[in-house]
Write a protein that binds this ligand. Sequence first.
Ligand SMILES: Nc1ncnc2c1ncn2[C@@H]1O[C@H](COP(=O)(O)OP(=O)(O)OP(=O)(O)O)[C@@H](O)[C@H]1O
Length: 464
Amino acid sequence: MNNRDLQRIIDALQDGVYITDAKGITLTVNKAYERITGIQRHKVVGLHMSEVVKAGYISRSVSLEVLRELQPVTLVQTIHDSRKIVVSGTPMFDSTGDLEYIVTTVRDVTELLRAKHAQEQLQELLTVRDTYGLTPSTNVPAQDLIVSKATRASYELARRVASTSAKVLIEGETGTGKTMLARFIHQHSATPEGPFLELNCAAMPEALLEAELFGYAPGAFTGASSKGKPGLLEVASGGTLLLDEIGDLPLSLQAKLLKVLSENRLLPVGGTEFKPTNFRLVCATHRQLRQQVEQGKFREDLFYRISVVPVTLPSLRERREEITPLLQHYLNVFNQQHEHDCSWSNECLTVLKRYDWPGNIRELMNLTERMVVTAESAVIQLQHLPSEVFPDWQPREVADDESLKARVDNFEQHIIEMALAEHGTTRAAAAVLGIDQSTLVKKLKRWRNQVPKSDTSELTPVKN
Ligand SMILES: Nc1ncnc2c1ncn2[C@@H]1O[C@H](COP(=O)(O)OP(=O)(O)OP(=O)(O)O)[C@@H](O)[C@H]1O
């Protein structure tokens, strides 16, 4: 074999290779060595290893140590970008026992070390998963669904496609019920008895995400379980996998996921054998995935693959008719849970129906539970609501020597501010209080000295 062929062969290796002669003069390096260390072949070929060290290309030469000790030497070095490499030098002797070459291999173990760290985190995650029961959907108690005109179309579309293998992309703000809808799809799919698994792609670092999705092979890295760990892409086989916040999946994993979806098989981290898999994929996102495609943050081919049927869940403020039923439903749920018997006052229901609910149903549930556990009376009143929901407008404290007129004025302001907060507009507040809208606006102007100019009718903000 000539030198050219030999070079081609070592260039095909994934590990870096560095070869010196018996004196320690560099004969060649391969492409992987150039890639891993950033040191180019033409810069070091012909140089003695001591010159390579002197020139600052490397801090310590394994070849020189092999030359000294005439036996294999391995050490771990940190190079630029804090990458960790394992360098192993081996002496090669000719038939008479004289040193002929020193062959050094260089392996970048940054990823492996990361994966080891990931494995520890994964272990934690799996414990959490066990504790919180990411279990087959049949074990999950059916939850009552509140559906209105605004969401019925989404649920009907989901039901129609549930039994097919079409991939569904659920879009909606946080807390709008994307996971709930995915579960609904699973329950109406061809494999409702299979597992329903969910992974939030935004919640963990890339290496951990990869180990979680793909699993890893036995002994993939030091400290890995001797049995290896199956990934969610494998465990979900025969069931449904929800990839939440898919827009946060790193590009490298997007490519790997695409391959799994095309080939129905996967390669665990550190594995050499493909494993077959077949699951129902549902993805969810609160982002504009198409925009991410345009910005090059999300692969276009994967986008088309996962969004065969896009389903949108509107925000709660776009489906206000669900607010009261949801408030009543979750009040019952939390009353039962905490053995209370609370009810909403009508004023609360009116105010809450108009509130914008940036956290959507999840925020509504949290607020309801908070009201139930902190309730001072059986009826939840406006003043119990947190100030971001209902501005806690209190009459100012009156001084002992204030006139009756000033005190009445103060009390009047309290009544008007409360009516405004409850009914939202000066027109509605005036109607309820039985006064002219213009009188109310004039009074407000005097008190606040800053009624919005445009507001003569519907638009006085509750909070200003
Ligand atoms: N139609 C509904 N009727 C009753 N409760 C619902 C409905 N939709 C969602 N919920 C409840 O609202 C809460 C939030 O829903 P879910 O977790 O599905 O939202 P999400 O959009 O997946 O949130 P995130 O984007 O933060 O993951 C859950 O506790 C869920 O049970």
